[in-house]
Design a protein around this ligand. Structure first.
Ligand SMILES: Cc1cc2nc3c(=O)[nH]c(=O)nc-3n(C[C@H](O)[C@H](O)[C@H](O)COP(=O)(O)O)c2cc1C
Length: 265
């Protein structure tokens, strides 16, 4: 099968998913592969896809699922027989049904799924005191990503134009219950906050506004931690007790290094 165009598509509030998928698409096609960033509300989607296209798509894992906001933003994507490589990036706990969900979405949107993978990224809740998969993806992960992209390129060359191959990936359907809407959000330390508005521009969900002080909407917040990681003053934190308990649990129970899982036709 001949691929004329490669495109990259990701939802990546704290950047680990972006790192993994761009590493793969660049290895496959060089820096010519355009990127579509679905993280922010003003995103656009690739248009006029057809069988000569290959799209690398990546999302983080939230509660074992594809984040609801990513599902919503992928809604208008039309594959028209284009090929897709599906990637999920998780914080060294589990990816559960997320890869299966992303593969199924790709099929429903008219793509042929030629490969899939689950990589590990620093957990969004990781802090200096309570690290969880800190520094991932690291150089070893990215080496695996590049090798996998080469393997996909070799496989795709050998695939027939209209193959019926069906990529098997782990996961169960009905999927596990995803993220619940929790009644809390991040906290801003007003002593440290300089009202620079970086948090507003890095929030994927439009959950932050300025009205004399920074206002966080618990209804809109997806707890992605982009505002925490992006704040130049370290003025934003997630200290709600139920989340803190979870962070301690993750820090203590997800220490053992997991390795990327790779699936091809
Ligand atoms: C709300 C939320 C839920 C998460 N759920 C999971 C999970 O179920 N399993 C896991 O291993 N990591 C989980 N993570 C961690 C992210 O999947 C991980 O940090 C990922 O690398 C973030 O991707 P990004 O850097 O592209 O935003 C969760 C993170 C957040 C913010």
């Amino acid at each position: 099968m001949k691929i004329d165009r490669v495109q990259t598509l990701y939802f990546s509030p704290t950047g680990t998913t972006k790192t993994v998928v761009t590493e793969m698409s660049r290895e496959y096609f060089g820096s010519k592969a355009p990127c579509f960033d679905l993280t922010y509300p003003e995103y656009t989607l690739p248009q006029d896809l057809s069988t000569g296209d290959l799209v690398f798509v990546g999302v983080p894992v939230y509660a074992g699922r594809v984040p609801a906001l990513a599902v919503e933003r992928l809604e208008g994507l039309q594959g028209n027989g284009a090929s897709m490589v599906v990637t999920v990036v998780y914080g060294n706990r589990e990816y559960e049904d997320a890869l299966l969900e992303l593969r199924n979405m790709a099929l429903e949107h008219g793509f042929r799924v030629v490969a899939g993978c689950a990589f590990i990224g620093e957990h969004s809740f990781s802090t200096g005191e309570l690290p969880i998969a800190a520094g991932r993806p690291d150089e070893d992960d990215l080496k695996i990503a590049r090798k996998f992209a080469q393997q996909i390129r070799d496989n795709v060359k050998g695939l027939a134009e209209k193959g019926r191959g069906h990529l098997d990936v782990p996961g169960d359907k009905p999927y596990k219950e995803g993220m619940m809407n929790l009644p809390f959000t991040v906290q801003v330390d007003e002593e440290k906050c300089t009202l620079c508005e970086t948090c507003i521009s890095t929030c994927p969900a439009g959950a932050i506004s300025l009205s004399g002080q920074i206002i966080m909407s618990a209804d809109l917040c997806i707890l992605c931690c982009a505002c925490i990681k992006g704040c130049p003053e370290e003025a934003v934190s997630l200290t709600a007790p139920p989340i803190m308990e979870k962070v301690v649990w993750l820090h203590e129970n997800c220490k053992e290094r997991k390795e990327p899982a790779l699936f091809t036709l």
